[in-house]
Design a protein around this ligand. Structure first.
Ligand SMILES: [Zn+2]
Length: 283
C-alpha cells in the first residue's frame, strides 16, 4: 500500500491531529477519544457489553456516550474508510486514514481508558501529558524502535480493538501507581524542571524523573506506540481488502480538491480561534 500512503505521509502526519482540533468546535467529538472503562467495574469489565446496541440497552445512550466510545468509534471509522475505498474516493480515503489512526492510537493510551484520566482524582494532575507527550518527546527519537514490519489483515476488528482497550484499562493502574511510587522517592525540586518554550517558562517533569518513569514502566510507552503503529497499518490494510482491493496506483495519482483545502482551513481557523475544549480537558 506504500504507493498511496508513502506519497501522502505529510498529509497523514499533519491531519492525524484533526480529531483533537475538532474537540474545540464539536460537542460530539470528545467522547470518541476515550472510554472511562472503570466506570463499568473492574478488569475485564464483564458488565459492559462490547456490542454498542447492547451497551446502550443496558446503560442508556447518554451514559454510554458520556463515559466515552472510542472502541466503537474505531469500528465506525473502519466502516467509513472501507466505503471510501469502495468509492475510490481519494480525499475520503486520506481523511479517514488520518483520523482512524488518531482514534486507534488514543485507544492504546492507558489514560484514555480511565476515569482518572489526568490523575485529577489522586492529586497527579499532568500525568496524561506526561505519558503521551513528555516521555515520547524526550525518548522516542533516540531510544524507541518503530520498525514494525508488515501490516496484517484483521479478521475481527471489533474484538481486536476491544482487546487493546482492555489492556489500556488495566495498564492505567500501573501508570498511576508508578508515578505515585516515584514521587515518594523524588524530591519535589528534582521531580520538575523549568524550561523556556516559545518565550514562556514552563514547568515540566524533569529529565531524570521522566527517564525513571519510563524505566519503571518497562518500555510501556514504546510498546504501546509500536502496537498503535502496527494496528493503524493493519486497519488501513483491512479496509482496503474489504473494499475489494481497488488499484492504489490510480488513486496515488490524485490530489485534494479546492473544496478539501477550504475544509482543512476552516477546521484550522476554528481551532486557532477557540480558547477551550468542549468537554474534558486532559493536560
Ligand atoms: Zn485524541
Amino acid at each position: 500500500m506504500m504507493v498511496l500512503y508513502k506519497k501522502n505521509i505529510s498529509f497523514l502526519s499533519e491531519h492525524a491531529i484533526d480529531p483533537d482540533k475538532r474537540r474545540y468546535a464539536v460537542k460530539e467529538e470528545g467522547p470518541r477519544h476515550f472510554i472511562d472503562i472503570d466506570f463499568y467495574g473492574k478488569y475485564p469489565y464483564a458488565a459492559l457489553p462490547h456490542n454498542y446496541d447492547s451497551a446502550v440497552a443496558k446503560f442508556g445512550e447518554e451514559t454510554v456516550i458520556t463515559q466515552g466510545i472510542v472502541p466503537w468509534h474505531v469500528q465506525a471509522m473502519l466502516g467509513r474508510l472501507t466505503a471510501a475505498f469502495k468509492e475510490k474516493n481519494f480525499s475520503k480515503i486520506m481523511k479517514n486514514s488520518a483520523e482512524i489512526g488518531h482514534y486507534i492510537a488514543d485507544a492504546h493510551v492507558p489514560l484514555h481508558a480511565s476515569s482518572n484520566h489526568n490523575g485529577q482524582l489522586t492529586n497527579q494532575k499532568g500525568i496524561h501529558g506526561f505519558w503521551e507527550s513528555r516521555v515520547p518527546e524526550l525518548l522516542a527519537e533516540k531510544h524507541f524502535d518503530f520498525f514494525i514490519g508488515k501490516a496484517s489483515y484483521i479478521k475481527k476488528p471489533g474484538a481486536f480493538i476491544w482487546d487493546r482497550v482492555l489492556e489500556s484499562g488495566i495498564a492505567a493502574d500501573s501508570v498511576l501507581g508508578f508515578e505515585r511510587e516515584l514521587t515518594l522517592v523524588f524530591d519535589e525540586d528534582k521531580k520538575y524542571s523549568f524550561e523556556e518554550r516559545n518565550g514562556k517558562v514552563i514547568k515540566q517533569y524533569s529529565t531524570a524523573f521522566t527517564i525513571a518513569f519510563d524505566k519503571k514502566l518497562n518500555g510501556m510507552v514504546e510498546r504501546r506506540m509500536r502496537q498503535s503503529i502496527e494496528a493503524i497499518a493493519s486497519f488501513w490494510y483491512t479496509a482496503w481488502v474489504n473494499a475489494g482491493q481497488p488499484d492504489l496506483r490510480v488513486l496515488a495519482l490524485q490530489n485534494f480538491s479546492e473544496k478539501d483545502a477550504l475544509e482543512f482551513e476552516a477546521l484550522n481557523a476554528s481551532w486557532l480561534q477557540a480558547s477551550k475544549i468542549i468537554g474534558r480537558e486532559e493536560d
